[in-house]
Ligand binder design. Structure first.
Ligand code: NDP
Length: 333
């Protein structure tokens, strides 16, 4: 089945830092909902729906599943089934940092682990290279030079085109950016931190540094894993069966759905309604209000959720009053 010829007219692609890489304002990640237990046709439809609307970027990590590795296997299968001939139109990323196999070489940031893990990821996805390869988390036990040297090696080997870091705090990111500069290594093109109304640390702790070193920023969990949607607002069904909070493998725990959070999101829902948006659309538009944010990296359970999220792009402008309401509900820190 072909894709919409007009798909690239539908989005305003954003430059990733000072690089030549442009990313869609919304990208789709496979942390949840693409593992062993997922419905294959639903996964296909989510990726097809996204790509059909101009979403060129799919984000993975070695450990996404469950089982770890299974999301990469599934995406590899979908790339073969539905995206044969489209590889050059896609930005596929993966990461290594969390535990993948037993022993001292199965996690963190050593050269041994990063190189072996990417080789495994490429095999699982059936790809010759990924577009972005990330150090998934800082490793206090490995010299930063070794981790970044491994990213440089991987890019020079042609196994990845761009290097990225994820979950590096501001000062550590600066150290990393300075290190690659000093060695004239592959630059850090992109940073992947968490950012949403409930987790605002990057506003004062990262964005000025990524801008200073020319890195783009793709923010994960813009919906706070579903908390910043209408999902948990129905008092007669506070934790719906088909929700991340109800899933024993889900990273969002039921305990996070507190009365306090729900009451604040209810107020947010009034604001969303006045803007003609769903809560999810408002939450995505809000993270994209800062031009230093290159892309909002969403997760989804259904193609309908993907479509709903893409609707955020119809209204990205905020008035001062609207921003003040959000600041009052979810203060910056
Ligand atoms: P989100 O904050 O976007 O949460 C996704 C969840 O929100 C969905 O599973 C769904 O929940 C709900 N949702 C999505 N769209 C809608 C909608 N339109 N209406 C109502 N509910 C909706 O992001 P994730 O936490 O999933 O993270 C996104 C991606 O970011 C990951 O897939 C991964 O690629 C990346 N990531 C990276 C990390 C890192 O350390 N680098 C860490 C975490 C994520 P439900 O399932 O309940 O329906």
């Amino acid at each position: 089945m072909a894709f919409d010829d007009q798909r690239y007219e539908q989005l305003d692609y954003r430059r990733c830092g000072t690089s030549g890489l442009f990313l869609p304002p919304i990208s789709l990640g496979m942390w949840h909902n693409f593992g062993t237990r997922a419905d294959h046709d639903t996964c296909r439809e989510m990726m097809r729906t996204a790509f059909d609307s101009g979403v060129t970027h799919f984000d993975l990590a070695n450990n996404y599943g469950p089982e770890p590795g299974s999301a990469e296997e599934r995406v590899g299968r979908i790339l073969r089934e539905d995206f044969a001939g489209y590889r050059d139109e896609l930005i596929i990323s993966t990461k290594a940092g969390y535990r993948m196999w037993p022993g001292p070489y199965g996690e963190w940031g050593s050269k041994k682990y990063l190189a072996a893990s990417l080789d495994q990821s490429l095999k699982r996805m059936g790809l010759e290279y990924v577009d972005i390869f990330y150090s998934h988390r800082p490793d206090p036990g490995t010299p930063l030079e070794e981790t970044l040297g491994a990213l440089d090696l991987i890019v020079k080997q042609g196994k990845a085109l761009y290097a990225g870091v994820s979950n590096y705090r501001g000062a550590f990111f600066v150290q990393a950016a300075e290190t690659v500069k000093r060695h004239d290594w592959t630059p850090i093109t992109i940073h992947q931190p968490c950012y949403n109304m409930m987790h605002r640390w990057i506003e004062a702790g990262l964005l000025e540094y990524t801008a200073q070193y020319g890195a783009g920023v793709i923010v994960f969990s813009p919906l706070a894993q579903g908390l910043l949607t209408n999902k948990y607002l129905d008092p007669s069904n506070p934790i719906p069966r088909a929700s991340r909070a109800a899933d024993p493998d889900g990273f969002l725990k039921k305990e996070a759905v507190t009365e306090d959070v729900v009451s604040r999101v209810r107020k947010l829902a009034n604001l969303a309604q006045s803007r003609g948006q769903t809560v999810a659309q408002l939450a995505i538009a809000w993270v994209l209000r800062d031009p230093r944010v290159t892309s909002a990296l969403i997760g989804a359970r259904t193609p309908e959720q993907v479509k709903d999220c893409l609707g955020a792009l119809d209204n990205l402008a905020f008035t001062r009053d609207e921003l003040a309401i959000i600041d009052a509900l979810f203060p910056a820190y």
